[in-house]
Design a protein around this ligand. Structure first.
Ligand SMILES: Cc1ncc(COP(=O)(O)O)c(C=O)c1O
Length: 443
């Protein structure tokens, strides 16, 4: 049947195979969003829902930004698409120069793709290619971390540390090992900001080097703050220690900043916040405020130059996507940078973060909460699980919050929150109030 003949039945939810969703459960009791503006969504029936998660940690500048819309429309009128293989268009070069100018240290080259997952797989491939180009071709092992999330490509799930994302999909990439995660409830429960304890967990990298030998290890990838397993800020000094160990052994350090990049922590990037410059950085989400899908890998000078070692006519990296540096994404990303700059949103996030911290920690003592963590404009709240039903209470809490007019993110028996950076204090109060009610209701 041609598409024009296949008129779908109204309200038939059957055909869409939803990602990361309990499809049958959802379709019995759907939660639909039909409109968005500022820090709010509206359901198709017109019910207003405050966005406690900036979509999926991505709408940092808030919804429905006219400036971004205008930039996308203008670009669409000028030129809808141009290839990036052996061709170019001005906006991609302009955008890369702008990103380079705002990045810490000598992270000064940008590779573009369309998502966080593509960014991660691109970064892993760039790391491997770089090691080979510098004559260290035995360095093929990749090190990730338990409870890490690096998207859903085969590279990303291999270095990732979430069992459900891995166990269904065969043997994954060979030669991968994992650092232990850093969530230490015994010593660090209810930490405000970076937890005090756990810097020594970075030394586990020495143990891994002792097992495999540094000459076989290409790169280590971590999220500066693990996001998808309930927001885990790094212990004090942990990232610096990882950097030192990587330097000592010639191992590349990759920060996956898909969530932490573009202001979430009250700085442009976690690398800036923590004063630790990785060799490669992956980004997505806030890069385009989620208007047009976009991801990127930022690399340091030595990585870029290390790959430019063949004749001028040789292709430097046999990797890229049809939509790398898509003109609409570049136009959107540039307009987003204007907003971040003109509204000082990263600074705003830094200033608001103390209020946010006090707000989320005021929930201590509510409905069996076992831990509250925060940094910048993000937080994770754990609560007691129901007997023999891990995750069930988390789901019910998420649904209850939605009924009460708040969208949060569920990760097991944990609620993660990361509102748009334009949020106002009274809206933070509302988020905290509804979160408390939802947690109490499911206790
Ligand atoms: C740290 C991190 N890396 C990678 C990804 C994957 O991004 P995407 O869903 O755009 O592929 C995510 C998504 O949440 C993420 O949080």
């Amino acid at each position: 049947m041609s598409p024009s003949n296949s008129k779908p039945a109204a309200n038939n939810l059957d055909a869409f195979f939803m990602p990361f969703t309990a499809n049958r459960q959802f379709k019995k009791n759907p939660r639909l969003l039909a409109k968005a503006k500022g820090v709010h969504y509206w359901t198709p029936e017109g019910r207003k829902v405050i966005d406690g998660t900036a979509g999926l940690w991505c709408v940092n500048a808030g919804h429905g930004r006219e400036e971004i819309k205008a930039a996308i429309v203008k670009q669409l009128e000028e030129m809808d698409y141009a290839p990036s293989f052996q061709m170019g268009h001005p906006k991609s070069f302009e955008l890369a120069a702008r990103h380079a100018a705002m990045l810490p240290g000598d992270l000064n080259h940008a590779f573009y793709c369309n998502s966080g997952s593509e960014a991660v797989d691109s970064a892993l491939k760039i790391a491997l290619a770089y090691q080979r180009a510098r004559g260290q071709g035995t360095r093929t092992r990749l090190i990730g971390r338990e409870r890490g999330y690096h998207g859903v490509g085969f590279g990303g799930i291999s270095v990732g540390g979430m069992v459900n994302n891995r166990k269904w999909f065969g043997s994954l990439l060979p030669g991968v090992d994992h650092l232990p995660h850093t969530h230490d409830l015994k010593r660090n429960a209810f930490s405000r900001g970076e937890p005090e304890h756990g810097v020594e967990l970075a030394d586990e990298l020495e143990r891994i080097v002792g097992l495999h030998d540094a000459s076989n290890i290409a790169a280590v990838i971590v999220e500066p703050c693990a996001g998808s397993t309930g927001f885990l800020p790094p212990p004090k000094g942990y990232l610096k220690r990882l950097r030192e160990i990587c330097d000592k052994h010639g191992i590349l350090l990759i920060f996956d900043e898909v969530i932490t990049g573009f202001g979430r922590l009250g700085a442009s990037f976690a690398a800036e916040k923590f004063g630790v410059v990785p060799d490669l950085m992956t980004v997505a989400k806030g890069i385009s405020n989620a208007t047009v899908p976009m991801g990127g890998v930022f690399v340091r000078k030595h990585i870029y130059e290390g790959l430019m070692n063949g004749p001028d006519s040789a292709i430097d990296l046999f990797h890229g996507y049809t939509y790398s540096a898509h003109p609409l994404a570049c136009a959107a990303a540039s307009a987003v940078l204007d907003i971040y700059r003109d509204e000082g949103l990263f600074q705003r996030a830094a200033e608001l973060s103390a209020y946010w911290e006090d707000g989320v920690h005021s929930l201590k003592g509510t409905g069996g909460i076992t831990d509250i963590r925060n940094l910048g404009m993000a937080a994770g709240i754990d609560f007691e699980s129901r007997k023999d039903a891990p995750g069930a209470r988390g789901y019910d809490t998420f649904v209850k919050a939605f009924e009460l007019g708040l969208m949060v993110r569920q990760a097991g028996d944990c609620i993660a929150m990361s509102p748009p950076l334009i949020i106002e204090k009274n809206q933070i109060d509302e988020i905290i109030d509804i979160t408390g009610k939802a947690i109490k209701a499911t206790a």
